[in-house]
Design a protein around this ligand. Structure first.
Ligand code: SAM
Length: 262
């Protein structure tokens, strides 16, 4: 397990750091702290996961209002994107999506941008903290951006293990589509662009219990379950989907239950 410490850039953020340290049961960094692998750092720009200098890549932060999210929202290809086709988003129907593996919310944000109401579940407390911070900052940015405001109003986050959440019979009667994108065991470390993914693997690990999510998802979805896999990966729970959409690096396996409206 990597060494993770909590830090803050100005005294105004000290209380945030204290609360997160208590919640995650992780030490706060002091001037004399020993080496760390990652800092969870509060700064004026929000909460970031900052790798130690030797890792060779920059901080990880949820930034729904800017950067790549903003670009994809404007120029990403709309309902023509593979994820939109897999989920079944059309001009006539925007499914309500239950995302069992939220991560940093990238896929959920794309779906909400296309009009879907998305409930995200995330069990890893560090990932949940980064995501909750990103949502809170996006909500502030959305005050001056009506498009973003609509999107953020369609997204909600629950901190939970989705297997337990579904087994406890939470009220999920309105899940048209259940989406599952578990971590896949790391295959190669070479590509520099994948370095941030390595950080994610170090923090979250492989989701080795992912197979059981499929049956639980199929039991609650109204129309379909969609599983995202790396291209060439085995099927979740070794269960053959109704059909797949294959991309260069990603495959969507679609398990249909009922024809989508529209
Ligand atoms: C590959 S990431 C998801 C990436 C996400 N689709 C995105 O676009 O950012 C998988 C995430 O699912 C979470 N996860 C895996 N199994 C889970 C479960 N049973 N309940 C809740 N979260 C889970 C992991 O902690 C991890 O953050």
């Amino acid at each position: 397990m990597p060494v993770i410490q909590i830090s803050y850039s100005s005294s105004a953020l000290e209380e945030n750091a204290r609360q997160l340290s208590a919640k995650l049961d992780l030490p706060q960094r002091t001037e004399h702290s020993a080496d760390y692998d990652y800092l969870l750092e509060f700064s004026e720009s929000g909460l970031s996961l900052v790798p130690s200098a030797d890792k060779g890549y920059g901080p990880i932060q949820c930034d729904f209002a800017g950067g790549s999210h903003s670009h994809r929202r404007r120029f990403g290809g709309g309902n023509g994107q593979a994820i939109a086709k897999a989920i079944g988003v059309s001009g006539k129907f925007s499914p309500k999506v239950l995302d069992l593996t939220a991560g940093l919310g990238g896929d959920a944000f794309v779906l909400a941008s296309l009009g879907c109401a998305v409930t995200m579940l995330e069990r890893n407390p560090i990932v949940h903290s980064l995501l909750a911070d990103g949502l809170a900052r996006a909500a502030i940015s959305a005050e001056d951006d009506s498009d973003l405001r609509g999107i953020m109003q369609r997204i909600s986050l629950v901190e939970a293990n989705s297997a337990e959440y579904l087994q406890q019979g939470a009220d999920i009667t309105s899940a048209d589509v259940v989406y599952v994108d578990p971590m896949f065991p790391e295959r190669k470390k070479s590509a520099k662009v994948k370095k941030q993914m390595q950080a994610f693997h170090a923090i979250v690990g492989a989701d080795l219990d992912a197979d059981k999510l499929l049956a639980l998802a199929l039991a609650v979805a109204n129309y379909r379950v969609v599983v995202k896999r790396p291209a060439g990966a085995c099927y979740l729970a070794e269960s053959k989907p109704s059909y797949s959409l294959e991309g260069k690096s990603t495959r969507y396996d679609i398990y249909t239950l009922k024809k989508l409206p529209g």
